[in-house]
Design a protein around this ligand. Sequence first.
Ligand code: NDP
Length: 502
Amino acid sequence: MVKYKEKLEEQKVFIDGEWTTSSKGDTYSIINPSTGKTFVECQKCDVEDTKRAIDVARDAFDNGPWPEMSLEERTKIFYKVADMMAKKSWQLSKLDAMCNGIPALSHLIMVLSSVPLYKYICTQAKKVLEPKKVSTLYPVDSTVLRDPDGVTALIAPWNGPIWIESAKLAPALIVGNTAVLKPASQTPLTALEIAKIFEKAGLPKGVLNVITGPGSVVGAEMAKSEKVDHVSLTGETITGKEIVKNAIGNLKKVSLELGGKSANIIFDDFPIEDAVNMAAVGGYFLNGELCIENTRILMQERIHKKVAKKFAELSKSLRLGNALSLNTNIGPLVTEGQMERNLKYIESGKEEGATLLCGGYRPQEGELKDGFFVAPTVFDNVSNDMKIAREEIFGPVLSVIPFSTEEEAIEIANDTTYGLGGAVMTKDRKRGMRVAKKMRTGSVFVNTVHILQGETPFGGYKQSGWGREMSELSVEEFTQPKSITADWGGFTKYFVELVQLH
Ligand code: NDP
């Protein structure tokens, strides 16, 4: 049995440096997917609350000290944030695990990857914010600066809360923007903890506001508001399209990190055991609820049967359990709805004629019966036009697709509306790089999976999104380039004369 606090105290939201309730006093409950039991009440903000948070962020940007503070001063606050987050890393990991069912140890990896991001981004900001002199055609001085966008609306999903919220907050705030952060309704606890950390670190009032409530109300208002300059979403492609429609009013900047259906291409020169392990980590990390999950596993004909069989054996041996248990490989899916959605995709795979190698059901034994579990499921002989190969399932339901040649593998990998991640497994260096370059996707991993680092840009082609997170591109994403051209030598008088001649 896992020991955990059965109930947490009611959560508040953070607006204008105050911990407060929703204006109407409405709340909603969160169910722990490992137990099926409600364990915490959160504020259900509405349009009025959202407008208030945006007004505060607007005022903090237009009149506050934050945009005017030096990068050195902002950096000091960020270093404190990183250190405090590191100290709380296990507590934060457990909170997210209780909300979304992803094993706490996997959250720990994400929290510990977020910590250096707050320091690293300061160095990136220094590079990006440095004024750059440009050579000009005329004898005038031209300098290119970077200004913050203004008020940013940051909307996060439930699968990697701290990591994704940090990937937005760090570049947005370090350059002097202010922010309203809306975590997913299912995973608000760590966003509220981040606010407490920033508050303790000395962030001025109103610079960061964290509100909770339904995306269709709170998130939609954030996208619509003409007082917001930049909306950044990580979520489903359909939500991204909704945001684009809502953002049209003031043509605000839109950044989107959306879904994926990534391919892992395993060539027959790759060792079988390694292929099986890469398929497992690449497909099941975070319960299969990761945007860059390799959900289509392409296996070359000669090794296909052997790797698929061993992969199914490994899948059957994975330990399902409470997300807080250190023994758990795969926790429950985030909600009952997400579990039902996975079970429907399993039915669709069977109906379309894929071969079910393992899983395909909801386990009911012991403690598992209370949670929203789906057994790790592998379909073999999947063809790329089947629904399970085309749509993002978001769970431990994986497709094996056999292939014969390199060209065929590339064609299958690129035959998707998404373009977020992908992997290539081969001992042939030239082929590894050749195939990686031909994959129409934002990140490709060769002989590895899911190694995301602050230094490498992250984002998608096609319907996987707009813009990039991480790296100095993320800092650029939250700024506007501004050119200032000055004539200190009197050149413009010739220009005036020239114009008068006409
Ligand atoms: P959703 O798109 O359902 O939700 C994401 C966020 O958007 C939530 O905060 C949600 O609020 C909010 N939201 C919902 N509807 C609207 C709306 N109309 N306007 C504004 N905001 C809205 O995604 P999930 O939370 O289910 O997350 C899983 C998805 O995220 C997957 O598709 C996954 O691939 C993608 N993802 C992409 C990543 C990337 O970097 N490319 C990384 C991680 C995940 P609420 O929770 O209240 O509904």
